[in-house]
Design a protein around this ligand. Structure first.
Ligand code: ASP
Length: 303
């Protein structure tokens, strides 16, 4: 999972390494000056609210300084390559780089060219490791699995535009490594059968899965990655694959609703479900800060 000092992917997630990060995040007992005198660079070349702000908040809570760079307002808009940008930042004495980019593999590429830790904050349709850790933290907390983070016996159903989703890919890697059974669900254009090669089931009929799921994780249709072209009608999609109040009422006792955000209310999830008692969506946001504190601390001090 860690590739040296870099946190890039959950494809070959290591359960022990994941448990160590989850335990650190769950305890939440961070030294507020652990990273004092250090500087973290947020290189966000794609839009983000939760991930970008939570990395900044996490770094500041550990006493680090944060510099924020996006593609507009930086020399990337003048044609500078990602590698040259990362070299430039590294040369200024920054201690770690957090990267969000539209290109799959961007963080890994950068990690091969710098000597400081690189944390992947989402690369195209590929991976989003800290989101998966955040989700595992919330699943473990909601289902009483924080001692040992053994998720076996839990069924996690991930629904929607899976083919575009780095969140889904990272979650399949991490949650299966922790013992959960993961099922992907969506129309064939958004959730092709071939995704079972990731090591999970692919099922079309959401209604058959709802009563059995311990976790229903709803995904946004990624319009910026062509999701709109795979969508015949929003209303039809909502009827077949949206988490409506009616569907949510058929969830089993103790099951939870998750969404990595941003949500399109009324498309993949009804607003009342997102705000309802079974929803842990706001806890996911809160957990995201803890996970990013654990990741930054580990990358800079322990690896
Ligand atoms: N925030 C998540 C991501 O960056 C999910 C999404 O955008 O739909 O992948």
């Amino acid at each position: 999972m860690w590739s040296g000092q870099h946190l890039l992917s959950m494809r070959d997630a290591d359960a022990d390494q994941a448990r160590a990060l989850l335990t650190l995040a769950h305890a939440g007992e961070f030294d507020p000056v652990a990273l004092s005198g250090r500087t973290i660079a947020n290189l966000f070349f794609e839009d983000s609210t939760r991930t970008r702000v939570s990395f900044s908040v996490a770094a500041q809570k550990l006493g680090a300084q944060v510099v924020d760079l996006g593609s507009s307002g930086s020399s990337v808009s003048k044609g500078e390559s990602l590698i040259d940008t990362a070299w430039t930042i590294e040369s200024m004495g920054v201690d770690a780089i957090v990267v969000r980019a539209a290109q799959s593999g961007a963080s890994e590429l950068i990690s091969r060219h710098v000597k400081i830790p690189v944390i992947n904050a989402g690369d195209g349709m590929h991976q989003h490791p800290t989101q998966a850790l955040t989700d595992a933290l919330n699943i473990g907390r909601s289902h009483g699995r924080t001692a040992g983070w053994d998720l076996s016996g839990l069924r996690v159903v991930i629904v929607g535009d899976v083919v575009s989703s780095r969140v889904a890919r990272s979650n399949v890697g991490l949650l299966t490594a922790l013992g959960a059974r993961v099922t992907l669900c969506g129309p064939s254009m958004m959730c092709p059968d071939g995704l079972s090669a990731l090591g999970c089931d692919v099922v079309r009929d959401l209604d058959s899965l709802v009563p059995d799921a311990d976790v229903l994780m709803m995904l946004r249709i990624q319009f910026e990655r062509g999701g709109g072209a795979r969508l015949a009608s929003r209303r039809l999609y909502h009827a077949c694959y949206g988490l409506t109040l009616d569907r949510a009422s058929r969830m089993k006792r103790g099951a939870i609703v998750m969404h990595p955000g941003p949500m399109n209310r009324g498309v993949e999830i009804e607003g009342t479900v997102a705000d309802g008692l079974t929803s842990v969506i706001r806890d996911q946001v809160a957990g995201g800060v803890l996970v990013r504190q654990a990741a930054l601390r580990t990358a800079i001090l322990d690896r």
